[in-house]
Write a protein that binds this ligand. Structure first.
Ligand SMILES: O=P(O)(O)OC[C@@H](O)[C@@H](O)c1c[nH]c2ccccc12
Length: 312
């Protein structure tokens, strides 16, 4: 059995245990409550801005009667607007789609290929430093055995930063998608090599129903085809072969042309230098996912600036 299959098997075991602690039904309800809460908050914000805008416009006309009339109109409009959030990009996807190459910065204590990466692991500070340094999103490992991750890291980080957080784990069960939502994640990882076509599609749909994006990870031509057939909107090429740990960044460059432009293209793993980033940017990469290089950097902002090519 290769390492990827080993981690996936252990993850199935772990989730079976977790289901005994919190039933799938309860987890589903928690996820749905998180979604409801978010929708309500968004509706409030929308209603507030709409009302403010209408009020300002009406004030300009300086007539009491017009103000009343406008406000009533605004209120009606807001309630019909809020239902049609569907065509809008979800937060993780929007962050990656922004102008220029986006950085997904990873919070990771250890990995199976590198062992312990960060002896000291002030995960919350690291996440806040990433945010302050201009990260588009954060990737947080929650796999406990090989990456020494924890659900609590994700939960705390998601609650304290204002950028979307990806739950970096080996999704092998829909339970994990409900969990991700309940923990505050904006996206989940779906690895083609450990999921069949039916799971890829169903898990992607479930994530979307819960208002989350799916980063669909592929390593080969065939996996790209499977990801696209499953309607992936964000496709990540892992430059590291999770079966033997070999890293080859040219993988992302070679496979770029197989992914249509309306699907966001992410390059993951082994990115270390401004030259790496520049080559990927030139190749039409929308976002890079960087872990080790940033985790080992004492100053995250300096390292991010350097990777962006802002510092000579
Ligand atoms: O630390 P790196 O080489 O920058 O890699 C980050 C990220 O791509 C890597 O952690 C990763 C990519 N795909 C994964 C799947 C599971 C766990 C981890 C990963």
């Amino acid at each position: 059995m290769n390492i990827l299959d080993e981690i996936a098997a252990k993850t199935r075991e772990r989730i079976a245990q977790e289901k005994r602690n919190v039933s799938p039904e309860t987890m589903r309800r928690e996820a749905e409550a998180a979604l409801r809460h978010e929708t309500e908050a968004a509706q409030c914000r929308e209603a507030e801005t709409a009302l403010r805008r209408e009020t300002e416009a009406a004030q300009r006309r300086e007539a009491e009667s017009i103000l009343q009339w406008e406000l009533a109109g605004a209120q009606k409009e807001v309630s019909s607007e809020t239902g049609k959030a569907c065509g809008v990009r979800l937060p993780f996807e929007a962050a990656l789609a922004a102008e220029g190459i986006s950085f997904i910065c990873e919070v990771k204590k250890a990995s199976p290929s590198k062992g312990i990466i960060a002896e000291e692991f002030p995960y919350l500070n690291i996440a806040k430093e990433y945010e302050a340094a201009g990260a588009a999103a954060i990737s947080c490992l929650t796999e406990p055995y090989w990456f020494l991750g924890k659900d609590a890291y994700l939960q705390e980080i998601a609650a304290q930063v204002n950028i979307p957080v990806l739950r970096k784990d080996f999704t092998v069960d829909e339970y994990m998608i409900y969990q991700a939502k309940a923990l505050g994640a904006s996206a989940v990882l779906l690895i083609c090599a450990i999921l069949d076509d039916g799971q890829l599609k169903a898990y992607g749909q479930l994530a979307a129903e819960l208002g989350m994006s799916a980063l669909v990870e592929a390593h080969t031509e065939e996996e790209i085809a499977r990801a696209l057939a499953a309607d992936a909107r964000i496709l990540g090429i892992n430059n590291r072969n999770l079966k033997n740990f070999q890293v080859d960044i040219t993988q992302s460059r070679r496979l770029r042309e197989l992914v249509p432009d309306d699907v966001l293209f992410v390059s993951e793993s082994g990115i270390k230098t401004p030259q790496d980033v520049a080559a990927l940017r030139q190749n039409g990469t929308d976002a890079v996912l960087i872990g080790e290089t940033l985790m080992r950097a004492p100053d995250k902002k300096v390292m991010l600036d350097m990777l962006r090519g802002n510092v000579v």
